[in-house]
Design a protein around this ligand. Sequence first.
Ligand code: CTP
Length: 403
Amino acid sequence: MSVLKEKKVLLGVTAGIAAYKTAHLVRLLIKAGAQVQVVMTPASKDFITPLTLSTLSKNPVHSTFYDKEEENELWNNHVELGLWADYFLIAPATANTLSKMSNGIVDNLLLATYLSAKCPVFFAPAMDLDMYKHPTTKESFEKLQKFGNLLIPAESGELASGLVGEGRMAEPEAILVFMEAEVASKLPLKGKKILITAGPTYESIDPVRFIGNHSSGKMGFALANVAANLGAEVVLIAGPTSQKIKHSFVQRIDVESAAEMFDVVHEHYKDVDIAIAAAAVADYTPKEVAPQKIKKKEASFHIDLKQTKDILASMGIQKEQQFLVGFALETNDAIANAKSKLLRKKTDMIVLNSLQDKGAGFAGDTNKISIIDSQNNLVEFPLKTKDLVAIDIFTEILKRMDV
Ligand code: CTP
């Protein structure tokens, strides 16, 4: 999944022949999951039509301060456009536009939007080789880079003039890779390793039966997804669940029993920066697993159980650099019990879901949590989807970690 998923990308198109490639560029951005709006300089419409770009971006395209054709001559608010964007990409960026950008000249909507934008700005120059080499162009590049704008270098090759050299706009694929790498490098969990346990465990009674629980695994999977979107490398250790995850930053390891989960967790734990125990691990497991299917005989039947090893508590004992997060599911004295769990299991944070709250718990799509940290702070959240709860949890973790 692309780091540009759900990001708002404003594409600024200026009057260079490479503008014809922006149709493909918009398609790639949309395919990456970005929301795209396009702003064009008036002259760029000679190279590609607004209709093409508005159809592909699924949004109206603006190029003037107001739309003359519209009945009410609607004002195109450049400030709003600039504030809407998470990223502003100017491609192709001509020598003329780059020079104006670097000098604060505002004689069209695109330039006004540039001056209003607060987000990171990328520019992909496109011009003939002598223009590319000209000292004024180099000066524009340097000035813009000093402002913090990001240069996507032009490529060498055959130019529209027939000359061969530097100045050809980077290919749309290369622009996307450049943007994704830049966005990924700024993610708050970039370079961090995270271990997450999720789902139930199944404790075998005999070859066909087990003791399990109703955990769906949704919370742990939502956490893994958010962690990966924040740039972390995630090891997701999952009990039996139908949940699916597709993210190149997530390594999923399926386990069945508490004992198996314990072993796999400890294979990875020492290397991670954050560990989150979201699994509903069985507290007891049959003392013995019958080798054959147990036959129905007596009217009543009992199974001897023994305690499983507490995975979270053992991570607490071995804790070094790890920021350790546990979950607590309580039916009564929720806060007091959660606080004692935090101390007992030596965690940095406990996520409490009280079964007394409607919509909270481990089978549904929503959850209502409170967070308690080792400083005894309590933060309470309203009922939310598990995806949003996962974002809240990472927001609280990041506040408490030196990242
Ligand atoms: N946990 C674990 N290994 C276990 C049992 C629990 O890692 N064998 C973790 C869970 O993943 C969760 C936390 O411990 O993060 C709390 O689980 P919970 O079932 O609420 O607590 P218990 O330790 O079982 O305590 P109690 O049954 O007394 O509530």
